[in-house]
Structure formats: structure tokens, C-alpha cells
Ligand binder design. Structure first.
Ligand SMILES: C[S@@+](CC[C@H](N)C(=O)[O-])C[C@H]1O[C@@H](n2cnc3c(N)ncnc32)[C@H](O)[C@@H]1O
Length: 268
């Protein structure tokens, strides 16, 4: 079982305002440099720059490549959190804040959503788009070293983000750490073991082509396919969730097998 370290980190203040310009990228680089070799397989600098470059077109591209279905999958994932009015929720790898937006409606003005990502470009886009959502705090930070204390949130979610992190067990251990006992961890991502041949063809050939035509960024969509192929299977993720100290893992297939939604609970 993964060691659950106790950390004393600042809890988000209700008026916690985003401060993207002062984020200490040096700290993040340092954290990367001191990580074990196994954490270096995906370079945080490379991934965050890729998403910075994609930020302006990211939302449109999501609609195109999923034919709008990503909105329904995200709604489903938000329901799995079981959060309600007044709760605090963490959206890890928030991107432009799709999940944060839905969660913000669920927790209401008395609750709080922290939207965490290491790409300043994606965060800035989300911040502009959701400027009216006063219960969302935008934070630049690393999913592998979540800048909050243990047991801060009722739920932590990660949507289409886990596949990108350099070390899946560490990201899950961090999410489990910051969730309160009885709280939930929810994962939404592409499935590496899609049994549907049409779905596999779509991911490997059609989607990168659409990415090239519309997003003018075939590399990013080729990366989406490649990172999906090398991502852990739902069965492996189930073991990872247990290793992170989480119970009652539930797996749901969406998008004709191409997407997986998983949730698990932190024991009381
Ligand atoms: C495919 S986007 C998903 C965005 C959003 N959650 C959604 O579902 O549309 C992946 C996001 O994960 C972020 N990301 C990847 N690795 C990260 C890490 N280690 N720490 C923080 N953010 C990370 C990227 O910057 C990017 O914004």
C-alpha cells in the first residue's frame, strides 16, 4: 500500500485568488529534478508547453473529436463525486475548467472548487471563460505534489489528466491524501483496452487527422492516441486505487468502450 504522507500545506481561502504570474516554475523544475528516474518518463515541461500551445483551440477540439459527448461523460463523472452544497472539491489537471464549472454548480456559493493545473495557458483560458464563477480558485501546481493539506476536500477528480502525468501511483496517492475520510476520488480518461475495433481505429487514425485539419496540431492528437495506448488498463487502475488506500472501486465504460469512468472511496 502506498505510504500516505502527512503534509501541512495551506488550505484554500474562500477569497483565494488566482495568481498565475507569480507561480514558481523554478520550484516545479526542482521537484522534477529530484524525482526518481521512473517519474521522468513524461517530461512536465514538455506536457505543459504542449497544453499551453493548445489552450486556445482545446475546447473546440474536444467538442469535435468527441462529437460533444465529453460534456455528458464529464457530467457523469461529476455525479460520481457525490458532492453537495457547501463541499470543497479539487479538480486535478483542470485544463480550461470543464469539470470545475460543473462542480461549481453542485457545491454552490457556500462551497469551493480548486482548479489545479500546471499549464498557465490552460488555466488562463479557464479563468477567462469562467470569470463569473466566484467559488472557483485557479491554482497552478503539479498533480504529483498537490499543494494542499491532508483531508482538505470532499472529493478529488481528474478528467483526461491521469494519462498525462509522469507517475500514476503518485498522482493517485496525492489525490487520496487530500481527500477527507469518506470522500471520493474520481477518474475519467480514455481506455487503453478499448475492445471496440472501430473505437481503436478512430483513436489511432481518424482523430489525429481531425486534429490536423481543425486544430492544426496533429502532434497533440497523435500524442492523445499514443498516451492512451501506453496508459494503464481499467483493471490496472483498480489495483492502483486500492494501492493508494482507496476502497470500493467502481468502473463504468462510456463512449462505446473508448472512455473509462472510475470512482473509489477513502475509508472512514
Ligand atoms: C487533456 S487536458 C484535460 C483538461 C480537463 N480536465 C478536461 O477534461 O477537459 C490535460 C490537462 O492536464 C494537465 N496536466 C498534465 N500533467 C499535469 C501535472 N502533472 N500536474 C498538473 N497538471 C497536469 C495539462 O496541463 C492539461 O491541462
Amino acid at each position: 500500500m502506498a505510504k500516505r504522507a502527512t503534509k501541512q500545506k495551506p488550505a484554500p481561502e474562500p477569497d483565494d485568488t488566482p495568481n498565475l504570474t507569480t507561480t514558481d516554475m523554478t520550484d516545479m523544475t526542482h521537484a522534477t529534478a529530484t524525482r526518481p528516474a521512473s517519474l521522468m518518463t513524461k517530461s512536465p515541461a514538455h506536457i505543459s508547453h504542449m497544453f499551453d500551445a493548445l489552450a486556445d483551440r482545446y475546447d473546440d477540439m474536444n467538442d469535435w473529436i468527441s462529437m460533444g459527448l465529453h460534456r455528458l461523460w464529464k457530467q457523469d463523472a461529476c455525479h460520481q463525486t457525490q458532492v453537495g452544497k457547501g463541499d470543497w472539491v479539487l479538480d486535478v489537471c483542470t485544463g480550461t475548467g470543464d469539470m470545475a464549472e460543473k462542480l461549481s454548480a453542485m457545491v454552490g456559493p457556500e462551497g469551493r472548487v480548486v482548479a489545479l493545473d500546471f499549464s498557465a495557458g490552460m488555466l488562463e483560458k479557464g479563468k477567462q471563460r469562467l470569470a463569473g464563477r466566484k467559488n472557483i480558485s485557479w491554482r497552478q501546481g503539479d498533480a504529483l505534489d498537490i499543494p494542499f493539506e491532508d483531508h482538505t476536500f470532499q472529493s478529488a477528480v481528474i478528467s483526461f489528466g491521469l494519462r498525462n502525468v509522469a507517475h500514476v501511483p503518485q498522482a493517485l496517492a496525492e489525490m487520496a491524501r487530500v481527500v477527507k475520510p469518506g470522500g471520493t476520488v474520481v477518474i475519467l480518461d480514455t481506455a487503453s483496452d478499448n475492445p471496440n475495433p472501430l473505437g481503436r481505429l478512430y483513436m489511432s487514425a481518424i482523430m489525429p487527422f481531425i486534429g490536423h485539419l481543425i486544430g492544426k496540431n496533429q502532434d497533440a492528437y497523435q500524442y492523445l492516441n499514443d498516451s492512451t495506448q501506453t496508459f494503464e488498463t481499467p483493471a490496472e487502475l483498480k489495483i492502483r486505487l486500492r494501492d493508494a488506500g482507496l476502497d470500493k472501486p467502481v468502473v463504468k465504460r462510456l463512449g462505446f468502450g473508448s472512455v473509462v469512468l472510475m470512482s473509489a472511496q477513502k475509508p472512514l
